[in-house]
Design a protein around this ligand. Structure first.
Ligand code: DQA
Length: 149
């Protein structure tokens, strides 16, 4: 069976490229997704990619991952700092989770230093722009591969 991962992008990430490029870079979400799909082809895994500005839609998608995917790569965006509901959904499905951020949330405003998701994730990668996603996918892939061995 081919390994499949869910890629989740939270609110406002649909505006990448136009949104505060000094912080988030010039890549669009489509650019990020294209480089993720290229990496997935190299690794030999499949991706199911979803973006929403709505907390409930993200939770529904996370719940749908049970039995469908072997891991979740998520940039919860602003919901990182507020959403106990997304954290609970991730915890409920029990799949390995890697949290990623384009910016280094720890060198920004103090309200961004807190992540509701980090305690239910294997790890967090932030500060590398679009590369955070690629590093995160590699980390998730290796984690799942090693746990299957
Ligand atoms: C972000 C960081 C969050 O604090 C912010 O609300 C975002 C994007 C990032 O990728 O750097 O929307 O998750």
């Amino acid at each position: 069976m081919t390994t499949k991962f869910m890629i989740l992008h939270g609110p406002n990430l649909n505006m990448l490229g136009k949104r505060e490029p000094a912080i988030y870079g010039g890549q669009t979400l489509e650019d990020v997704n294209t480089s993720l799909m290229e990496l997935a082809a190299e690794l030999g895994c499949k991706l199911s990619i979803f973006q929403s500005n709505s907390e409930g839609a993200l939770i529904d998608f996370i719940q749908s991952s049970a039995g469908e995917c072997q891991g979740i790569l998520i940039n919860p965006a602003a919901f990182t700092h507020t959403s106990i509901a997304i954290r609970d959904a991730l915890s409920a499905v029990g799949l390995p989770v890697v949290e990623v951020h384009l910016s280094n949330i720890h060198r920004r405003e103090s309200f961004r230093h807190i992540s509701m998701v980090a305690p239910v994730a294997i790890g967090q990668i932030c500060g590398f722009g679009g590369d955070s996603y690629l590093l995160g996918l590699r980390a998730l892939f290796n984690n799942v591969k090693n746990s299957l061995n």
